[in-house]
Design a binder for this molecule. Structure first.
Ligand SMILES: Nc1ncnc2c1ncn2[C@@H]1O[C@H](COP(=O)(O)OP(=O)(O)OP(=O)(O)O)[C@@H](O)[C@H]1O
Ligand SMILES: [Mg+2]
Length: 329
């Protein structure tokens, strides 16, 4: 499939998509930037600038993700099309832990096509949230964050979607402690037998099978989850590699060199190029007990032996919690 589509195609696909239900059963008038008051910037990513906006029609706050595509780029990047179509699909089904896309519209000016995604607004991303708290989070709160991420992943995986870019910056958190999974720019539909070899997932959260360019499936999101849960407890990234080669060494130094049978057969790097690293315990002052066991099950080198989101929901670490108090900030 070609990596880009023409501006004309994308115009048909997304212009004034309304994902929410319309009570009168007739389409609301088209939205444009005139309907929004721009407030402060919320974040910046590889593709999009995200702003807090107020919709003049309903008076409510939203997040606006703006993606600008220059005429010279020869069409709309695949990641943008993917993000819109995945979010459209997910918003129709609706899940409490997946960011809702309210509408999409675009404008063209001086050869630049700007795609505007109107999203549910959240208070922080997990990276900013963790940086902003003075000391470690209580175990109950860590579990409450984790269970919501797992529910979102289970929902995605059961609909045949892999997120592929799970990282703290793409997990949004609200004051009432609800979690919303965001940024579906790299998400991809899959069938169990499909193999993808493109490089995906931000380096620190990238699974060994992706680094080794082997076949991969939804288990790559569970690897990223293991790294993230460890980071929630320790407030430091678990595998902070500087480049791809170092990333794998960083993983092997901590987890040890896996057995021959766990090393992917299709790997571009042979197992014998690494020394016999001895595994180190992942236990720390903050990460122990059920939480440690949970992280270990997410970080199994062989994706077939890694815990799935469905099974993770039954792990003792994620047994239901009582009512949570809102966080200050
Ligand atoms: N709905 C939202 N509410 C609050 N903040 C948000 C929202 N959406 C995004 N952000 C902030 O903006 C940042 C960038 O958003 P997003 O990840 O969607 O952009 P991106 O360009 O796809 O990023 P990436 O660099 O991961 O590809 C997020 O990390 C977060 O801090
Ligand atoms: Mg992002």
């Amino acid at each position: 499939m070609s990596e880009n589509k023409s501006h004309d195609n994308i115009e048909n696909m997304m212009n004034n998509l309304h994902c929410g239900r319309n009570p009168q059963n007739r389409p609301p008038p088209p939205l444009s930037m005139k309907d929004f008051l721009m407030k402060q910037a919320l974040g910046k990513g590889a593709y999009g600038n995200v702003y807090r906006v107020q919709n003049i029609r309903d008076g409510k706050d939203y997040a606006l993700k703006q993606i600008s595509i220059h005429a010279g780029q020869n069409g709309v990047p695949q990641s943008v099309l993917r993000e819109i179509s995945t979010m459209k699909q997910l918003s129709r089904k609706g899940h409490p832990n997946i960011l809702n896309l309210h509408s999409v519209f675009h404008q063209t000016s001086q050869g630049i096509l700007t795609v505007n995604m109107i999203l549910e607004r959240c208070d922080w991303d997990l990276h900013t949230f963790l940086k902003g708290i003075p000391s470690g989070l209580p175990d109950k709160q860590c579990r409450h964050l984790t269970i919501q991420i797992v529910r979102a992943l289970d929902f995605l995986h059961s609909h045949g979607i892999i997120h592929r870019d799970l990282k703290p910056q793409n997990i949004l958190v609200n004051r009432d402690q609800t979690v919303k999974l965001a940024d579906f720019g790299l998400s991809k539909e899959y069938s169990n037998t499909t193999a993808f070899t493109t490089l995906v997932v931000t380096l620190w959260y990238r699974s060994p099978e992706v680094i080794l360019q082997s076949f991969y499936n939804s288990a790559i999101d569970m690897w990223a989850l293991g790294c993230i849960v460890s980071e929630i407890y320790n407030r430091d990234p678990l595998f902070p590699g500087q480049d791809e080669a170092q990333q794998l060494t960083c993983i092997l130094r901590k987890l040890g060199l896996p057995s021959i049978k766990d090393w992917p057969r299709e790997s571009v790097i042979v197992r014998s190029s690494f020394p016999e690293f001895t595994p180190q315990s992942l236990q720390t002052r903050c990460l122990a007990g059920d939480a440690l066991n949970f992280v270990e099950q997410c970080l199994r080198f062989d994706p077939k032996r890694r815990i799935s989101a469905r099974v993770a929901l039954t792990h003792p670490y994620l047994k239901p919690l009582g009512v949570m108090q809102p966080v200050n900030g």
